[in-house]
Design a protein around this ligand. Structure first.
Ligand code: ATP
Length: 605
């Protein structure tokens, strides 16, 4: 096929070249050319030396002398009316050639023809390539029958809300009989790695129908119309199988809300989206095809997608809670030799905000560490190492270049976070503190995990800010105001985000009251910023005070970190044990107000 295509190109180029050479040859005179003045020419006529004159309306005429046929004399054209008669009287043969403007015209036509020919050829080739691209998207059905609901741990509500879809896929006539229209499309939304793809596969598996998996970005192409034709191709393929689940990951690539700036739209995206909606509305009610789309954010989707008859069922697939985490861990440990020492319930507790994919990754990394060690079982130290890899990226192997002073700063910074957590949020666990830098650039980290709960209080928010600020405060206390470092940038970002929500979103600021500042105009916005600053300064002051009062523990923690590099929760407890800590009860925290959990998370600090 490719061979034939190459031959075609060669033939076209050769033909174009031959044509071009012909054009040149036709219009080119190969004789030797010599200029002759008009008077000399008249003399030669009178002497009967001129054999032939080729006239035209060009600037010059061509003259052949008797006996000198291979020389063409070029003489200025007199353009007089009786010139031809004069020549004939003198016995000269007169040949009236095409005028030079006619030749030019022919040249121009040939040239344009050649150009158009080449252009047409290139255009056709492009069209064929484009067609080729369209064809290249080979939609293949996957047999997902081996994946069932058994492979999904947790996600109980989501499973429940798609059960009827499976039933519909198995027996579409049952619903048609009642005139029930099944949802044409389902959207799974939720954070990455929570099992949206897995759930879609399990639906296909449970119903034992083919599974087509594509990504929204596969359809957004440079050429207008390609995406739409791919969509039609996909649905055609699915229909050939009768029943099917079509899964479109990253639907936002196709169906993002149009922003004001992008008014006028993106033709290609719009056409693709319209093709999708048209295909979906073209289903017969008894047809066994379900379209499932996935996105991380429902709120950024164009409302056209969510209208009835389109993706009218939206199912949230959220992060797993503690019970779900435990069952996900048990599920993925099935084929792994886990040491009996490892308590999955405890591990589930320590992995707040881990998605299913992260949990699976954690166990997989731990298994790799165990295999590398040649250990019989996956032990806690393998899980510990894997924890670091999953959360912070691989440990930096070459630590020889780390400056001793930097190690000290990191040790006090991380000790500050850990100590503050124990002081202001004793229900949080500090599962691990380390000064081992990660390959991603973190100097070290403290894994601070808040208890798994629905709401956080005003006090929790303030505590979280203080925990974030404690790294910077510790640096300042130990090394002095001028020695504070850039290591706190993430902490400041996090603290600012919490304070901003505290004031703007949750109406927790006593001064600004119960208002959503984001809905108000700019004028009050500056008050809100000032209030954020006041609150942040107060909390930083409290953090510093508390650390100064507990400097003894701060130093002990930092020293232990410098020595051991990594401390577990038990190590921390031991260092803090024995002596009475100055706790938060002395601080002025107001009563708790509830707010949604999602805003606070147990990230690295
Ligand atoms: P993304 O939004 O990034 O596309 P996703 O939500 O589609 O992610 P999946 O690709 O389905 O997530 O999940 C990745 C892997 O994580 C799964 O193959 C599975 O191993 C594991 N996993 C996620 N959630 C669960 C769960 N609830 N039970 C068991 N395993 C899970």
């Amino acid at each position: 096929m490719k061979y034939i295509k190459n031959n075609k190109i060669i033939i076209t180029i050769m033909s174009a070249l031959i044509l071009a050479i012909l054009v040149v040859l036709i219009t080119m005179n190969t004789d030797q050319q010599v200029n002759l003045s008009y008077n000399e020419f008249l003399d030669k006529v009178e002497q009967n030396l001129v054999g032939e004159v080729i006239t035209s309306d060009a600037q010059d005429i061509k003259v052949k002398l008797n006996g000198e046929e291979d020389i063409t004399y070029i003489v200025p054209n007199p353009r007089s009316e009786d010139f031809k008669e004069f020549l004939l009287i003198n016995g000269v043969k007169v040949v009236e050639s095409e005028t030079s403007s006619q030749i030019q015209l022919i040249q121009a036509i040939l040239f344009i023809g050649l150009f158009l020919g080449i252009f047409y050829f290139v255009y056709k080739q492009m069209g064929q390539n484009q067609q080729g691209n369209k064809m290249k998207m080979d939609f293949k059905a996957i047999n997902a029958s081996s994946i069932t609901f058994e492979d999904i741990a947790g996600n109980v509500e989501a499973k429940e809300s798609v059960k009827d879809i499976i039933d519909f896929l198995i027996k579409p006539e049952k619903y048609a009989k009642y005139g029930a229209r099944m949802p044409r499309g389902v959207i799974f939304y939720g954070p990455p790695g929570t099992g949206k793809t897995l759930m879609a596969k399990a639906i296909a598996g449970e119903a034992d129908v083919p599974f087509f998996s594509v990504s929204g970005s596969d359809f957004v192409q440079m050429y207008v119309g390609v995406g739409a034709s791919r969509i039609r191709e996909l649905f055609k393929k699915a229909r050939e199988h009768g029943k099917a689940v079509i899964f479109i990951d990253e639907i936002d690539a196709l169906g993002k809300k149009r922003t004001a700036g992008a008014a006028g739209g993106n033709d290609e995206r719009d056409q693709t989206l319209n093709a999708l909606l048209t295909e979906m509305s073209g289903f017969r009610d008894s047809e066994g095809i379900v379209v499932i789309a996935a996105t991380n954010r429902l709120d950024i989707l164009d409302s056209a997608l969510l209208r009835p008859g389109r993706f009218d069922r939206q199912v949230e697939i959220g992060l797993p809670d503690i019970k779900a985490r435990e069952s996900i861990l048990s599920l993925h440990i099935r084929n792994k030799p886990l040491s009996e020492q490892i308590n999955l319930e405890k591990l589930a507790k320590q992995t707040v905000y881990f998605s299913g994919a992260m949990l699976e990754n954690l166990l997989n990394e731990a298994a790799i560490f165990a295999a590398k060690d040649g250990s019989r079982f996956i032990e806690m130290n393998h899980i510990d190492k894997a924890f670091y890899t999953v959360v912070a990226g691989a440990e930096k192997q070459d630590r020889s270049m780390i400056d001793e002073h930097d190690r000290h700063i990191t040790a006090y910074h991380e000790a500050g976070h850990a100590l503050m957590t124990k002081l202001v949020a004793p229900r949080n666990s500090v599962t691990k503190v380390t000064i081992i830098p990660s390959a991603k650039g973190a100097g070290g980290f403290s894994m601070n995990i808040p208890p798994d709960k629905m709401y956080y209080s005003k006090k929790d928010m303030k505590s979280q800010v203080m925990i974030s600020l404690a790294g910077r405060a510790a640096e300042e206390i130990i090394f002095g105001e001028d020695e504070i470092t850039t290591g706190a940038s993430n902490d400041i970002e996090k603290a600012t985000s919490i304070i901003s929500d505290y004031v703007h979103k949750y109406g927790m600021s006593e001064k600004l009251g119960l208002l959503n500042m984001k809905l108000l105009n700019q004028g009050s916005e500056s008050n809100a910023v000032a209030e954020c600053r006041v609150l942040m300064n107060e909390l930083y002051h409290d953090t510093r005070e508390l650390l100064i009062e507990n400097k003894y523990y701060l130093t002990n923690l930092a020293k232990a970190l410098l020595e051991k590099e990594t401390l577990s929760e038990d190590d921390i407890e031991m260092i803090l044990a024995g002596e009475e800590l100055i706790n938060t009860e002395q601080m002025d925290f107001s009563d708790a107000d509830d707010f949604r959990q999602t805003e606070l998370n147990g990230e690295l600090i």
